[in-house]
Design a protein around this ligand. Structure first.
Ligand SMILES: [Zn+2]
Length: 126
């Protein structure tokens, strides 16, 4: 079973993936801002800002999310950082505009060294 590692930005309920529809309040992130906020309340993730090339850290650890979840359930809204939201929104827009094939190619280039390495190790072991 997949583990819950994101929380609903509306009601604080746990869900598996930040884009999931919430089982509790049926909230589903659709706008770029809501998607960015939902990504913030998901597992930790570092990314590079497409505009400033700055590394932005986002996401929260399970322990942090646990606290935030309790807080939201009590009715205290989570204070989002505008900068964090804006950074994620930029990445999201950049990704959305990138053709799928291009993403696959990037992923391929990324795993290629690992594959080569693996083949090399297998070759040596034989
Ligand atoms: Zn919810």
């Amino acid at each position: 079973m997949a583990k819950n590692k994101a929380i609903c930005i509306r009601c604080g309920e746990w869900k598996i993936y930040h884009m999931d529809k919430c089982n509790e309040c049926s909230f589903e992130p659709e706008t770029e801002i809501d998607i960015a906020k939902s990504r913030i309340l998901d597992f930790p993730w570092d990314f590079q800002s497409p505009s400033s090339d700055e590394i932005i850290e986002t996401g929260r650890s399970i322990q942090e999310l646990d606290k935030i979840s309790v807080q939201i359930k009590k009715g205290i809204p989570f204070e989002f950082s505008e900068k964090e939201i804006e950074g994620i929104r930029e990445v999201y827009v950049a990704l959305k505009d990138t053709p799928k094939l291009r993403i696959l190619w990037d992923v391929f280039l990324w795993i290629l060294p690992v594959l080569v390495m693996l083949l090399f190790v297998l070759y040596i072991l034989n």
